[in-house]
Design a binder for this molecule. Structure first.
Ligand code: PEP
Ligand code: MN
Length: 237
């Protein structure tokens, strides 16, 4: 609730929290399930935010569909075709995270699985891919942003938190993604990251988050002005 308050104060409209957590280790915290969805719902009511939350499997999707405004499909499920089809039967937008080793074509075809069931509200999310680099948890592939926009009408957002795994790298990569034309950012924020049950090292502190929102807005404004200039320029020529 503390985080939701700050997110709403910055003017952000969407609030992402995980009630079902896809953890690498079966012994790690797995999320609060329906109890977590109720907390997210309370945050929506208290602060007027829209809720984005992950469904890790089909039973979870049945529940998430009831509580959430946007259904998230995580990187590890990007090619879980039965889950994608089930998300396509939902009548809520789906945030589809790119598989950590998938090509752009595989990513777009995963989106097609959702749309082929009649749900056309898909938001793509780049969250870093596996490379030989070990200075970053994953390697943010910012080149996929303009490439996806060239091939598809779908919006594409960027998650600098899961891509880098490290709070100090989140703001520079988020700035770069907005400059590359990203349609939004998905950022981990926590009031006490050292106490977080999951992903604390990559969570921004509140002041860093406020600073990032201001920087992202300024960069997005420049990108928008220049892309409008190109459109007008092209029309004149
Ligand atoms: C998440 O967004 O909480 C998450 C687990 O991300 P990813 O699926 O990209 O690893
Ligand atoms: Mn996470």
């Amino acid at each position: 609730m503390l985080t939701a308050e700050v997110v709403a104060e910055t003017g952000c409209k969407w609030f992402r929290g995980g009630a079902f957590k896809p953890r690498t280790s079966p012994y790690a915290f797995q999320g609060l399930a329906e109890e977590g969805l109720k907390i997210l719902s309370d945050a929506r009511d208290a602060f007027g935010l829209r809720i984005v939350t992950e469904a890790v499997d089909e039973p979870a999707l049945d529940l998430v569909e009831k509580y959430a405004d946007v259904i998230q499909i995580g990187t590890r499920n990007m090619q879980n075709f039965s889950l994608l089809k089930r998300a396509g039967q939902a009548r809520k937008p789906v945030l589809l995270k790119r598989g950590m080793s998938s090509t752009l074509e595989e990513f777009l075809l995963a989106a097609e699985y959702i749309m082929s069931e009649g749900n056309y509200q898909v938001i793509l999310c780049e969250r870093g891919v596996r490379t030989f680099g070990d200075h970053s948890r994953f390697t943010p592939d910012l080149s996929v942003i303009p490439a996806a926009q060239r091939l598809s009408h779908l919006p594409i957002v960027f998650d600098p938190s899961h891509s880098t795994g490290n709070r100090e790298t989140v703001i520079p990569m988020a700035r770069a993604a907005v400059a590359a034309g990203a349609d939004g950012l998905l950022v981990d924020v926590h009031p006490y990251p050292e106490r977080a049950l999951c992903d604390g090292p990559q969570a921004l502190l509140f002041d860093m988050f406020r600073d990032l929102v201001a920087q992202a807005r300024a960069i997005a404004e420049i990108v928008k002005q220049h892309s409008e200039a190109h459109i007008i320029g092209a029309a004149v020529e």
